[in-house]
Design a protein around this ligand. Sequence first.
Ligand code: NAD
Length: 486
Amino acid sequence: MTRPYTPTQLYIDGRWVDATGGALFPVHDPATEEVLAQVSDAAADDGTRALDAAVRAQGDWGRTTVRERADILRRAYEMTLARIDEFATLMTLEMGKPFAESRAEVVYGAEFLRWFSELAPQVAGRYLPAPVGSNRILTVKRPVGPALLITPWNFPLAMATRKIGPAVAAGCTMVLKPAELTPLTALLFTQVMGEAGLPAGVLNVIPTTRPGEVTGPMIKDRRLRKLSFTGSTPVGKLLIAQSADTVLRVSMELGGNAPFLVFADADLDAAVAGAVVAKMRNGGESCVAANRFIVHRSVADEFAARLAAALGAIEMGPGLRDGVGLGALIDDRAVAKVTRLVDAAVADGATVLTGGTAPERPGFFYPPTVLGQVPAGSGILREEIFGPVAPIVTFDTDAEAIALANDTDFGLVAYVFTRDINRALSLGERIEAGMIGVNTGLVSNPAAPFGGIKQSGLGREGSVEGIEEYLETVYMGIHLTDPDAE
Ligand code: NAD
């Protein structure tokens, strides 16, 4: 398969440029292990150059009208969708997910551009009398300033547009550091943003295989005003610590360990269908992937058998092949991690209902796997699996289900299947997660506030909350004299 054309250089100050020293790194197709492209490998100096460009552009960009910025986002939305197959092919080649899922991500990712183009003109301040005295309170919103955006490999387009959309709407300039495993989609999108009319210097893009070396000095630079990161919790913690030096504003979208609760009164058809989506979307390589299936003892065997049948019927193979429902995992480390977790769960006493063994290479594949009777203390319930494996544990009482669900440092999302509205709402108040899916396995939506509590993150993306992450609120206290009193 020849890959669609995509730029492979850094993008700094409106120009495609080589990395300092001319270094390149290979990007692989995880389904074949073949090299797809050689991409410029940014050095620390390139990070500084990109930040210089973003800082230079901030003044003029922050003063553009909201309508100008919204129009650029709207054009980028249309242009991205017009090239949906090109984007989806590239994404499948570099990331591994099935073509239909890549197309779905292009639609989802582009929607952040439309959403924030429509939200931008609605950003407003307030004017009100102070409750006591004659002062008036006036609030205005300002762009926070140059932002560093760091994104993961699992949603190569959507994780970028979820940050770029609100940053453009708010009037911030940006340096994007895409994941080194999947830089091609981000580079193609950068080209689209330029064609949509984004001025030079507003968006700069620096793929690199040395992320810490490149972003470390940028984070210490007092001209940087915002860091938005999506990725693993350990790297997020490191970046929060680095940000303390300049009291940098941070948004953190980190790891998850989602519980998927099935109660005795659940519609089992809906629960199994929801489980397939919550587990298998993106091959399980998603922060919102169901990681622990917590099922009432009375329905556990039937749920497990039906889930195993549904997952066992999914065809695994290269994502561009027709009929494939599960593509390759991202790399050999991902396969090794999933293998380690499954093998340890089996050693702990879990039973394999389907899958459970990685096929021969080439390609980083692992089959859809369902594990029954997983003991409560098993390691697979504590770690983010990030693969197509569904471990099932049982519970007897609601209190026990809630305790199991909350027994984690993460708090991104939980899924609840029950027909009892009272139970659903009270679970919604007691489960420690930023998002709760009720009788659905899919919560991601550009119009909804996406984000976690506990060690799953800080801040929200999408919705009306998403733009606030790129705005400062400034308040003016105005002394008003009463003309009649003169
Ligand atoms: P990762 O933390 O390894 O990498 C994420 C990004 O950080 C990449 O661009 C990487 O190059 C960069 N990075 C790595 N080390 C760095 C350092 N020292 N300094 C600066 N940047 C550094 O995560 P990943 O493997 O790419 O992505 C998977 C993780 O992302 C999972 O934990 C998943 O749950 C999480 N994730 C969270 C969300 C969310 O919205 N909460 C969405 C998608 C993925």
